[in-house]
Design a protein around this ligand. Structure first.
Ligand code: NAD
Ligand code: UD1
Length: 338
């Protein structure tokens, strides 16, 4: 099976390409390099021994997409490409709607023209807004609190309507909880540009000496230790979830929605302490005010994916922190030239 992977050089896309290659699926990477680096291709090759085809392109370029879909005999698309920084989305909403919403519409239009009818979309637990309770099932009401989240919700709604009108299509919405970790080889990992927005990249940059201390955003939440609780999932488990989705429902018409999480919640302080254990480094932190828009706690009920995709997150918190540290300590400044 040849699968077009948009955003395949990014954090989650690159790990998923590795797991696809291991599973005998051939990824064709389509990425505009906005938030990634071509050197990732060499890393994928180093780990798998295979060199995936790479086409530099933007998902808003319909003609280029049509050409690749035809030339590479693509049978399904996994769509990671997009922008993902919540704070930036508030400053630049138009860019977010253009890349994330318009980009997806152009992609689906190109697929329709070529007759490729299987799509797996990267959605997010952000579509649950501030959930009324935990754990969160796929039936929970959806809402958005910022342009990034709204762009994911809008795409989900567009794809739902489209699938209704085109019942022979298979469309899968994967709602990721908090991806962390790295490939266990230490060759691939998360490499945010600028100051990291997310917890784990920030913690690992403190441990490696690139930043002085972590600001813990709030210690007065109604949680086990007052700090925010999230469902952190190893990026390799998340990647396996895509392979399972492609194999189990990728060829079955319908709209398929799954939470990809572990079902466990860890607090900020628990993550810091696990990271210190894995790295042997001290992670100094200071308590800071709550970050606007943050919720107290959020974790998944992942049982639907287990039931229907035969997928379950297997990797432990220790593997998440150990692999993050191995990647960060081997690549203190991330990929070259990023
Ligand atoms: P990433 O930024 O590392 O990867 C995204 C890739 O898409 C990058 O390589 C970038 O160059 C490319 N890209 C961006 N706009 C493009 C465009 N218009 N055309 C072609 N390529 C384009 O992000 P990631 O963490 O790997 O996330 C992948 C997807 O998963 C995103 O859609 C993101 O919103 C979603 N997601 C991520 C998280 C997370 O915490 N990382 C959580 C939930 C959902
Ligand atoms: C963020 C995004 C969400 C996105 C998700 C992807 C916001 C408001 N939400 O969620 O849309 O889908 O990432 O993984 O940005 N924290 C600190 N100090 C830091 C960074 C984070 O204390 O420097 C805390 C946060 O307050 C939170 C936890 O760590 O309690 C996790 O934060 P983060 O990694 O940014 O993820 P989310 O807030 O879940």
């Amino acid at each position: 099976m040849n699968v077009l992977v948009t955003g395949g050089l990014g954090y989650i896309g690159s790990h998923t390409c590795i797991q696809m290659l291991e599973a005998g699926i051939k990824p064709v990477i389509f990425d505009n390099l906005y938030n990634s680096n071509e050197s990732v291709l060499g890393r994928i090759e180093m780990v798998t021994g295979a060199s995936p085809i790479f086409v530099k392109g933007d998902v808003r370029d319909k003609e280029k997409l049509i050409k690749v879909l035809k030339e590479q005999s693509i049978s399904a698309v996994v769509h990671f490409a997009g922008l993902k920084a919540v704070g930036e989305s508030v400053e630049k909403p138009l860019e977010y709607y253009d890349n994330n919403v318009n980009g997806t519409l152009v992609l689906v239009d190109a697929m329709r023209e070529v007759g490729v009818k299987s799509l797996v979309f990267s959605s997010s637990a952000t579509v649950y807004g501030d959930p009324a309770s935990v754990p969160i099932t796929e039936e929970f009401p959806t809402s958005a609190t910022n342009p990034y989240g709204r762009s994911k919700l809008m795409v989900e709604e567009c794809l739902t309507d489209f699938q209704k009108a085109n019942s022979e299509w298979s469309i899968t919405l994967l709602r990721y909880f908090n991806p962390v970790g790295a490939h266990p080889s230490g060759q691939l990992g998360e490499d945010p540009s600028g100051i990291p927005n997310n917890l784990m990249p920030f913690v690992s940059q403190v441990a490696v000496g690139r930043r002085e201390y972590l600001s813990v955003f709030g210690d007065d939440y109604p949680t086990k230790d007052g700090t925010g609780v999230r469902d952190y999932i190893h990026v390799m488990d998340l990647s396996d979830g895509h392979v399972c989705a492609l194999n189990k429902v990728g060829q079955t018409s319908g709209l398929h929605i799954y939470n990809l999480g572990t079902g466990n919640g860890y607090s900020v302080l628990e993550m810091v302490s696990a990271f210190e254990k894995a790295s042997g480094k001290k992670v100094p932190y200071k308590i800071a005010p709550r970050r606007p828009g943050d919720i107290a706690e959020c974790w998944a009920d992942p049982s639907k994916a287990q039931r229907e995709l035969n997928w379950k997150a297997e990797r432990t918190l220790q593997q998440m922190t150990t692999d993050t540290w191995y990647w960060q300590s081997n690549n203190p400044n991330g990929y070259p030239d990023h």
